[in-house]
Ligand binder design. Structure first.
Ligand code: PMP
Length: 352
């Protein structure tokens, strides 16, 4: 017997990548940063812990002020959430009366939130090469959401194409999920004053080493942000806890460290791409902090399992268009060297 409302009985929840003992595995499965937060970020969290008897600041000033400055937007154009997942959740809950459209190969939560909020979703297949053609969304009338760079493909859609779409559809909300933008491509944030129908989502989970703190943000026109806050204050005004606020504020003072790690990740990504190509892998030109690769000789599942056996965790999506591929988070250079060494062994065993 279940006490769950009938509406939710058939809900298909999201399947997160496994969190494992890092001493036992090389963890390349959830697109986190392989680097710890800067020492000052850790210190700021320890200090904030002394005031945990108090509720967190509902204005999230410690983050909002420096983040607005960094992004070149007004604080009233900024919304902060418990991870960008929460920001996405509000979009699906409250801004989808005419339905929502997104690509078939993309972040799995779009489908999950559609189910949770009973939103009519239109799934538009990406082209054969996994590229996105926004012209295919022209006939549809509702909200559009896509990740740029996309996940798990890493493919980046040039800004001009997004601008052209925003101009063709001034009355439709267009949500660009820029979780991975710091690793490649140009952010749409600078165009926020130009397009009232644009909403950009970002996160501190990937380029800023704070996946565990859960801090995401959205940038949009002030009316849209006020509407988001109406929902937020109807659910959980304290959505960004004090420790996370301290971490977020501190990481924004550590831009040199953050930039350095982003540059390192990009360098290691490009090196890894070359090495995978040498091993016979076919790949997309990922602009994220991950690779999307398949091998003609081994199925995605067998590669995933063989790597797991050798204590390297990557992500495999058992879905029709992506089941041949692995999504491999870009780790440190040492981790990626080990990955390449292990893949070389696995592939040699196939040949033998
Ligand atoms: N968008 C995309 C495209 C993602 O891949 C992810 C994380 N896997 C998120 C949003 C959510 O990130 P977070 O909630 O950690 O900010």
């Amino acid at each position: 017997m279940s006490f769950l409302n009938q509406t939710y009985q058939n809900l298909t929840p999201y399947t997160p990548g496994e969190q494992v003992d890092e001493a036992a595995y090389i963890k390349l499965n959830t697109n986190e940063s392989p680097y710890p937060p800067a020492p000052n970020v850790q210190k700021a969290v320890a200090e904030a812990a002394q005031k945990l008897n108090r509720y967190s600041d509902i204005a999230v000033e410690a983050v909002a002020k420096p983040l607005a400055k960094y992004l070149g937007v007004k604080q009233e154009q900024l919304f902060l959430g418990n991870g960008s997942d929460e920001v996405l959740s509000y979009i699906f809950q409250g801004f989808t009366e005419k339905g929502i459209a997104f690509p078939d190969v993309t972040y799995g939560f779009y489908q999950v939130y559609s189910g949770l909020y009973q939103v009519e979703s239109t799934v538009v297949p990406l082209k054969e090469d996994f590229s996105l053609d926004l012209a295919e969304y022209d006939a549809f009338k509702g909200t559009v959401i896509f990740a740029n760079p996309n996940a798990p493909t890493g493919i980046y859609l040039p800004q001009e194409e997004i601008c052209a779409f925003l101009e063709r559809h001034p009355d439709r909300l267009v949500v660009v999920d820029e979780a991975y933008i710091d690793f490649g491509g140009k952010s749409m944030v600078s165009l926020i004053n130009q397009y009232k129908n644009l909403f950009v989502i970002g996160t501190f989970s990937k380029s800023r080493q704070l996946a565990g703190a859960r801090l995401g943000f959205g940038i949009g026109n002030t009316d849209l942000i006020a509407d988001l806050n109406r929902l937020r204050f109807s659910l959980n005004p304290y959505n960004v806890n004090s420790l996370t606020q301290a971490a977020g504020g501190a990481v924004l003072q550590e831009q040199v460290y953050v930039d350095q790690k982003v540059q390192e990740t990009i360098k290691v990504r490009e090196w890894s791409k070359q090495e995978l190509t040498k091993l016979g892998f076919e790949q997309t030109d990922s602009q994220g902090n991950f690779l999307f690769a398949k091998h003609p000789k081994l199925s995605g599942e067998s590669l995933f399992l063989a790597l797991r056996e050798k204590k390297i965790l990557v992500r495999w999506f058992n879905q029709p268009r992506t089941k041949d591929y692995l999504r491999i988070t870009v780790g440190t250079k040492e981790q990626m060297e080990q990955l390449i060494a292990v893949l070389t062994t696995i592939l040699n065993e196939v040949k033998a």
